[in-house]
Design a protein around this ligand. Sequence first.
Ligand SMILES: Nc1ncnc2c1ncn2[C@@H]1O[C@H](COP(=O)(O)OP(=O)(O)OP(=O)(O)O)[C@@H](O)[C@H]1O
Length: 691
Amino acid sequence: MGDEDWEAEIINPHVSSYVPVFEKDRYSSGANGDTFNRTPSSSSEMDDGPSRRDHFMRSGFASGRSLGNRDAGEPNKRENTSTMGGFGGGKGFGNRGFSNKFEEGDSSGFWRGSNNDREDNQTRSRGFSKRGDNEFDQDEGMQRTSGLFGSRRPALRGTGSGDTSQSRSGSGSGRGGYKGLNEEVITGSGKNSWKSEAEGGESGDIQGPKVTYIPPPPPEDEDSIFAHYQTGINFDKYDTILVEISGHDAPPAILTFEEANLCQTLNNNIAKAGYTKLTPVQKYSIPIILAGRDLMACAQTGSGKTAAFLLPILAHMMRDGITASRFKELQEPECIIVAPTRELINQIYLEARKFSFGTCVRAVVIYGGTQLGHSIRQIVQGCNILCATPGRLMDIIGKEKIGLRQIKYLVLDEADRMLDMGFGPEMKKLISCPGMPSKEERQTLMFSATFPEEIQRLAGEFLKSNYLFVAVGQVGGACRDVQQTIFQVGQYSKREKLVEILRNTGDERTMVFVETKKKADFIATFLCQEKISTTSIHGDREQREREQALGDFRCGKCPVLVATSVAARGLDIENVQHVINFDLPSTIDEYVHRIGRTGRCGNTGRAISFFDPDSDNHLAQPLVKILSDAQQDVPGWLEEIAFSTYVPGFGGSTRGNVFASVDTRKGKSTLNTTGFSSSQASNPVDDESWD
Ligand SMILES: Nc1ncnc2c1ncn2[C@@H]1O[C@H](COP(=O)(O)OP(=O)(O)OP(=O)(O)O)[C@@H](O)[C@H]1O
């Protein structure tokens, strides 16, 4: 269904009559007693750019929980029909307003936005991208809320305890503007006052208001720092997975944490984190990294790649000592870790903070959507491990807020994404920065669950020639703990099918992936109207809202999260039982990462995908391969489509090696059915810019 179809839906929504809760909520207090100073809505407000949520709710899609409960003084309990409209039930109504065109002007303009709304995990077709083209996080200097921090104790997440946002209907001038605590609002003019900074860039030539958020520090209590979920019943099955190492003189794998000979503090932190057994990728990666070797590691989603690089790096720092400290004029971190999205890099930061607890190593996280000054202030307090998204990292380097001379470790998580045409140019700029040690002088580590051949070739520029390649299981293969089901569903039947499924999944946490940002908003609205508590995350939402949405999803207030590709990779969220590909992605890599949001760390999960023959036939062959390799049932109709779309010369029969990734130094082909590595698959350009 093209955007114009969705437009018809939005302008003439075929939904039952629906009482926006906004009118009821206007002067209610939020669930936790937050008082929202709501100025009476007036026509003048519409012109003055009311706060995001006010206007949004007036447009009939009131946001937040039905406050009927609260009006009636009932306890604020989560219920399946909790969210009346809007996305994100949650502590207060309306603090889930949407940063989409509903809010910026009359909704009739909603669908006149750019058609480049596509948001998928592949690179742009327009050659090397400049900042602002990536479908991932580009520094937008936008707001973010608390609620992001990944403490795995639901009680701590999304309850608003960290959410310090008090809404005011506008900044001093009354000209619109959402002003939460710690939020700096520099009001701009005109109804586009809510354009993200990305349109104006970080360089000060901002047209609209510059709204940046200064995130409150994550919980500092040990329980929160070490909160974790349990490994699943299939955790021990990891031992049966074949591991392939290619390269010379690989050190032997270790079987236990003790064999890694880590310091006592690290071992204490590992135990507090609930880790008792190594996963395969850790068994092989930790000794390789301790031995000082460069590494490209491929292992299935949810199998512990983060600790696989953090633990040995920390061990080295503890052994060799660190130099960066808050007493230094210029911070020169020993380690830089990059990842494609803000939520993922923050998750990695929290893992680094966990494992370095009680040591002198200080981890810092910087990414777009937060005040640049805040990032700098975090760094100057001491920075040994810098976790960053590329855009904000290059900003900080450009402003000479850090030195690179002491870099010993450069880590690319989701490396195939970091090296494709989306982020590749920025990565190349990074390793060419003045002071950055050459690949011979530093240790470079790359991790992902997928690694197309083309990317492996690009990786060669970053890695020493004698790097080791570790492949755990079928590289690019899906996690076998995820039960995969493919339904053939035409675009006009998807919503009905989705509701049918969600009626059955109830409160079980479900991620619904869609193709475009507009569709994410639409589907989330639609589900709310179906009284299914839903929130959404995509690149058009402000960072504050993205993180609030993630917080609400993590803590279970909103058991359904509608997402674009921004949530496809790396996010490690407890109890995600289902992944639904409302729209299949454009490449099989993205499919593998999306369904990998469930079935993590030995737990089981379910992935259901809607295959639309009008648009998804190119995926039939790789899907058959992925399903077969993961010992899943392959629907007959899918096999028939795969045969009918058979591309001779690329991977043999549909059951052949249609798609696999092996160490290119072995000369094997690793092409997918389109004949290109998925990083080259031409994909619609979007106007997304995140970082
Ligand atoms: N050895 C271990 N024992 C128990 N739990 C572990 C172990 N290693 C990692 N975990 C947990 O498993 C979960 C998944 O780890 P992680 O997010 O690093 O996976 P990943 O391989 O990076 O996944 P993805 O490919 O999706 O990024 C996390 O909650 C992590 O704390």
